[in-house]
Structure formats: structure tokens, C-alpha cells
Ligand binder design. Structure first.
Ligand SMILES: [Zn+2]
Length: 183
């Protein structure tokens, strides 16, 4: 038990030190805009389970959807309107940024009585669904993704991926076309 705790701690520490998924360049415009809009929360002060579940959610997403090399998650103090997360629009063509509110994830998980990892994973999948929609629109202008309502498409996408590890047919087609164009 003690060892397991240590392993988890070490993994998170390594992860933070490696600076991969969570830290944006502090000099970047994106980072400064996010600070101004929401306030950035120090990652070392975020609930370590939420950090771990976020890491895992990104891995799960990347294993299924080969569109983004890097994905960044930034924890902020407050997104507003009780939102758990938000996709930073305009970032899908480079490194998509997902903004998360730790406080609202904790509250949402309690309020809807869902395990914390589920709240984290579905929020991240939902927001990355918006990144997919933006990328497809910018490149192909709604040629492949079939949605009347983006919010509905994104919800369904997150649901399928979370529950069954599946991705919708139209997304599969889009990924194929994207890879053809970019490889
Ligand atoms: Zn949404």
C-alpha cells in the first residue's frame, strides 16, 4: 500500500517534471490570455487524482484519435456558469488547449453522483470533441462530420468513447481524409 502510494506520487511528480501535457509556455499569448480570462491554477495544488485522471483521459483519447500530437490541459480558477471545462477555440490546428475547473469538477462529480474519473474523462472528451469539430471545419468546412448541432455531436462523441471506446463513423472518415492530406 505504501509502495503504491509512492509509485503514484512519483509518477505524477515525473509527469509534472516532464512538463508534457499540462504546461503551456508561460510567455505564450495563449497562456497570458487564459490567465486574464480565468486565472491559472498552480498544477501542484490541483487534486492529484484529477491530474492523474486527466493524464489517463488524454492517453485514451490519443490512442483512438490520431489528430493531435500534443494536447494541453490548463487548470483555471473559474470558468464561469458552473462549467467544468472549456475548449480554447482557435487552438485545434496547433496544440488544442482544454481548460478545466477543478472546483466545478469536484462539485459536479458530487452533484451528479458520478465517480471523479468519469467526470474528468467525459469533460475532457467533450471539450476535445469541440477541438475535432473546429479542425474539421477549418480544413474541410463540415464536409465529413455530420452534425446539425455541434453540442449534440460532441456529447454523443464523448459518450461513445467513454462508454464503449468507439468513435463515430463520420469521425473515422474525417481522420482518414485528414491523414491522407497530411502524410
Ligand atoms: Zn460543449
Amino acid at each position: 500500500m505504501k509502495d503504491l502510494r509512492r509509485i503514484i506520487k512519483t509518477t505524477i511528480q515525473d509527469f509534472l517534471n516532464e512538463d508534457i501535457e499540462f504546461l503551456l509556455n508561460k510567455e505564450s499569448d495563449d497562456y497570458n490570455h487564459i490567465i486574464n480570462d480565468y486565472g491559472v491554477k498552480d498544477i501542484t495544488k490541483v487534486h492529484s487524482d484529477i491530474v492523474k485522471f486527466s493524464m489517463e483521459a488524454i492517453e485514451t483519447f490519443k490512442n483512438k484519435i490520431d489528430l493531435f500530437k500534443d494536447i494541453r490541459i490548463i487548470f483555471v480558477n473559474n470558468i464561469g456558469e458552473g462549467a467544468l471545462g472549456r475548449f480554447r477555440s482557435g487552438t485545434s490546428s496547433s496544440i488544442p488547449i482544454v481548460i478545466l475547473s477543478e472546483k466545478d469538477i469536484l462539485e459536479g462529480s458530487k452533484e451528479y453522483n458520478v465517480p471523479l474519473w468519469v467526470a474528468v474523462e467525459t469533460t475532457i472528451f467533450h471539450e476535445l470533441g469541440h477541438a475535432i469539430c473546429e479542425l474539421e471545419y477549418d480544413l474541410f468546412g463540415y464536409e465529413y462530420l455530420e452534425y446539425g448541432d455541434e453540442e449534440e455531436w460532441v456529447e454523443n462523441f464523448a459518450y461513445e468513447l467513454h462508454n464503449y471506446g468507439d468513435i463515430p463513423q463520420d469521425l473515422e472518415t474525417f481522420i482518414k481524409e485528414y491523414k491522407q492530406k497530411h502524410e
